[in-house]
Ligand binder design. Structure first.
Ligand code: FES
Ligand code: FES
Length: 152
């Protein structure tokens, strides 16, 4: 399969129906994207495909051929939104165990890309699919607001 991940063209020897998550982690070697539930329920595996957040655990790799896949590694390198979120994450010391946080950052990046000044309700609604077992939700919300202010 021919993929473009973080602006890098890659040719991977994988089955077309392999979940994108495995291609990203096991074949492209990008382990920032995490496996949580494997059933589109937790958001740990969130990446962007053509700028839209998707659950890579249920996305067949064939469906992203010819599209731009962005992982947390690429977003933190190239996206000013993700970089502002990272700064805010550090400011509020958001992560606890950290496992869910790359997915949280990818969803938060998608949120601020489409809504630069989200309300609490907007944040809660958009981020509802990203589960954090350490319950860092309050800090995530504060950090998104801080990043939005910094980017304004
Ligand atoms: S691992 Fe994909 S949504 Fe949980
Ligand atoms: S920081 Fe532990 S699951 Fe979110």
């Amino acid at each position: 399969m021919k993929l473009t991940i973080n602006n890098q063209p890659l040719e991977l020897d994988v089955e077309p129906d392999m979940p994108l998550l495995w291609a990203i982690r096991d074949h492209a070697g990008l382990t920032g994207t995490k496996f949580g539930c494997g059933m589109a329920q937790c958001g740990a595996c969130t990446v962007h495909v053509d700028g839209q957040p998707v659950r890579s655990c249920i996305t067949p790799v064939a469906s992203v051929e010819g599209k731009q896949v962005t992982t947390i590694e690429g977003a933190t390198e190239a996206s000013t939104i993700t970089q502002a979120l990272q700064e805010a994450w550090v400011h509020y010391n958001v992560p606890q165990c950290g496992y869910c946080q790359s997915g949280q950052l990818m969803s938060a990046t998608a949120l601020l890309s489409s809504n630069p000044a989200p309300s609490d309700t907007d944040i809660d609604s958009f981020m509802a699919g990203n589960i954090c077992r350490c319950a860092t939700y309050q800090r995530i919300r504060a950090a998104i607001k801080r990043a939005a202010t910094q980017l304004a």
